[in-house]
Ligand binder design. Structure first.
Ligand SMILES: Cc1cc2nc3c(=O)[nH]c(=O)nc-3n(C[C@H](O)[C@H](O)[C@H](O)COP(=O)(O)O)c2cc1C
Length: 272
């Protein structure tokens, strides 16, 4: 089976230009940064901007939120643009501004709530995937709450970020969990610290359907083609291309992307 390469959702980076650049260099599927469906339901302009698809780039829209009524209201008014593949529900974000209100990775053990949200998306005939961490903390990870969610929720695929909610990017992602995740028979996408062809081969051996890459792509958007063993361009060429695509886009994203593109800088923000 052919492995799917995905660009991770990254707030402040994953706008149309960056997604399109990574698609050009081998990402089969890209994700928008998270967008709150409460704000989308209220037609908040800057949140709606986050889910726009401008270049027909294959895109999954990532949603974060809590109340079913808002998800329904947003979906009732949603019109897919070309490139739209489906929705992803964020049950991985460990930031207190979400977790303290029961969102993000606080949702991992709330399976009946998760099921309701998945059903709402699927009732509209949209693909619905889930991105999760391994639990809120070490205790939940040990209880394997992530496996319960994967077994019980009827999502099309599960992106598993192999850290729990108290871990930062200084803690190494725990690749040992993928094998048991795959044994559930569900479609699993591995995420966390994937950098080399060797990493990909190991994950393939566990039976994952795809790999998702975040921070490595901010340094080198051609990482996808590189891992696929395909030809890539020089980083200066990639930078030029990015500037061409990003010409008219927001400076906020451009500033972030240009800071890391071609550098060896590691993003360490533990809010994600
Ligand atoms: C700057 C930044 C922003 C992020 N924003 C999101 C987000 O909006 N939604 C989400 O699910 N994960 C978000 N993440 C987490 C990534 O999607 C990914 O799970 C994490 O970076 C681990 O993958 P990596 O080791 O390949 O970077 C973010 C990560 C970073 C570094």
């Amino acid at each position: 089976m052919k492995l799917i390469y995905m660009l991770a959702p990254m707030e402040g980076f994953s706008d149309n230009s960056f997604r399109t650049l990574c698609y050009k260099y081998g990402a089969d599927v890209t994700f928008t940064e998270m967008a709150r469906f409460e704000s989308l339901a209220r037609r908040n302009k800057s949140t709606l901007e986050k889910i726009k698809i401008s270049y027909k780039t294959p895109t999954v829209i990532q949603l974060i939120g809590y109340k079913e009524t808002f998800l329904k209201k947003f979906l009732d008014g949603f019109k897919p643009e070309e490139g739209f593949l489906g929705f992803n529900l964020n049950f991985g974000c460990p930031a207190p501004m979400f977790v303290n209100y029961g969102m993000g990775c606080a949702m991992i053990k709330r399976i009946s709530k998760v099921k309701k949200l998945v059903d709402i998306v699927k009732e509209k005939n949209y693909q619905c995937s889930i991105k999760l961490r391994l639990g809120m903390n070490e205790f939940e990870k040990e209880k394997k709450v992530y496996l319960n969610l994967i077994k019980d929720a009827d999502a099309d695929f599960f992106v598993v970020h192999a850290r729990h909610g108290k871990e930062t990017y200084d803690d190494v992602a725990d690749g040992s969990v993928f094998e048991e995740c795959c044994r559930t028979g569900k479609k699993i996408i591995a995420n966390g610290d994937i950098k080399t062809k060797g990493d990909v081969e190991t994950l393939k051996g566990f039976g994952v359907s795809g790999v998702m890459i975040g921070r490595e792509a901010t340094k080198n958007p051609a990482i996808f083609n590189q891992l696929k063993g395909l030809e890539t361009a020089d980083i200066s060429e990639i930078k030029k291309e990015y500037l061409k695509i990003a010409g008219k886009e927001s400076d906020k994203y451009k500033k972030n992307v240009l800071k890391y593109l071609g550098s060896e800088l590691e993003i360490r923000d533990s809010n994600y």
